[in-house]
Each structure stands twice: as C-alpha cells, then as structure tokens.
Design a protein around this ligand. Structure first.
Ligand SMILES: [Zn+2]
Length: 203
C-alpha cells in the first residue's frame, strides 16, 4: 500500500493518520522492523510534503509527536494550541485554484492554500494544524476505559480501534456472564434452603 493510501489526501483521513502518529515514542520506533521504519518515513514525508531523505531520524520525530499530542489535548479542553516556528526556517504558503469537474467540464470552485517549510518539523506542524483545523470536531477520547487515546471519529464510532471495541465487547460479555453466574448461585442457595425448610423432597 502506498503512502497516499495510508495517509490519505483529504483532511479527515489525514487527521486519523495524525492521531495514530502522535502516539509514536522513541521506544516504539526501536520496536519497528526496517520495512516498517521505511514505510513510516515515506508516510511522514507524504504528510508534511517533504522528501523521505530530508527527514531527521525517526527517534527525533517521535519526540515532537508528543508535542503535537499535548497540543491537541489542550484543544480538547477548549484552550488554544500555540506552537512557535524556528527562526531559521523558510515558510512557504502555496495558494492554488480548486477545480471542480462536472459533466466533463472543469470549472473553478475556489482557491485553497497550504503552508510548507524547508525544515521538516516546521512543515509537519503546519500540516498537522491544517488537518486539525479542518476536521478537529471529530476528535474524541476512546470510550474503552483502559485506553484513553484520542482518535478522529468516523460516523458514531466510540472506540479508537477495532481492538478497543472488541475489548469492550469481551468485557461486557464477561460482566453479563458473571451476572448470570451470580443469579444461578442464588437460585441454588434458594433451592437448598427450601429443602431444609420443607424437609427435602423432589428437588
Ligand atoms: Zn482505544
């Protein structure tokens, strides 16, 4: 699968990808295979509109993943997320026509713009801010009580992943089972007592 499929080109998909990325840590980077590391570098480059060979080491990138995460967590508490860009990086803003194709004709639907930078961290932060601005109302905290990850909600999803929704289903199943077990035990106790009271019988 290519980076444009994994990361996506619309902001909804990009935000989902970003919210997975923000949990990257230097420890997790060390656990990745060489292929996974290479794939991650391609995805990061695609997200930030840079070339894979322009990226700093993944361990360094993992450090600002947590910077973005705390920024996003601040936004959830209705406060602002402010980040400063380094003095020595060049920031470019590209404004381009947004075409609309309808019935075989291409017309101008409006304009769109985005920021990039020669510095990878700067470029990445600018792109992350764009995705959050466009689709940030989707950001939710996973309802699985041991998880707590933020994720981009699609439709009415309550959990960050299928792993978490499965975990919750298992938990509910166990809870229901113990409830049944409890009532069975109560029933057995009741039967025993009835036996004693009425001196046994056909129980
Ligand atoms: Zn979760």
């Amino acid at each position: 699968m290519r980076s444009d499929n994994r990361v996506g080109s619309d902001n909804r998909k990009r935000l989902s990808w970003l919210l997975e990325f923000v949990y990257l840590s230097p420890e997790k980077v060390a656990e990745l295979s060489a292929t996974e590391q290479k794939q991650l570098r391609f995805d990061l480059a695609f997200f930030a509109s840079r070339k894979p060979w322009e990226l700093p080491p993944l361990e360094e990138i993992a450090i600002f993943a947590s910077e973005i995460r705390s920024g996003i967590e601040q936004l959830r508490r209705t406060t602002r997320w402010v980040f400063k860009l380094p003095k020595d990086s060049i920031v470019e803003r590209t404004i381009e026509p947004r075409p609309r194709r309808r019935a075989g004709r291409t017309t101008l639907a409006g304009f769109q713009s985005f920021y990039t930078s020669d510095d990878f961290r700067t470029s990445f932060l600018l792109c992350a801010a764009d995705a959050v601005e466009a689709e940030g109302t989707r950001i939710r905290v996973c309802a699985q009580k041991d998880c707590g990850r933020v994720f981009a909600r699609h439709r009415l999803a309550k959990y960050c992943s299928s792993r978490c929704s499965q975990k919750e289903r298992d938990y509910r199943f166990r809870k229901r089972l113990t409830k049944t077990e409890r009532s069975e035990r109560r029933h057995r106790y009741y039967k025993k007592r009835m036996c004693c009271n009425f001196g046994g019988g056909s129980w």
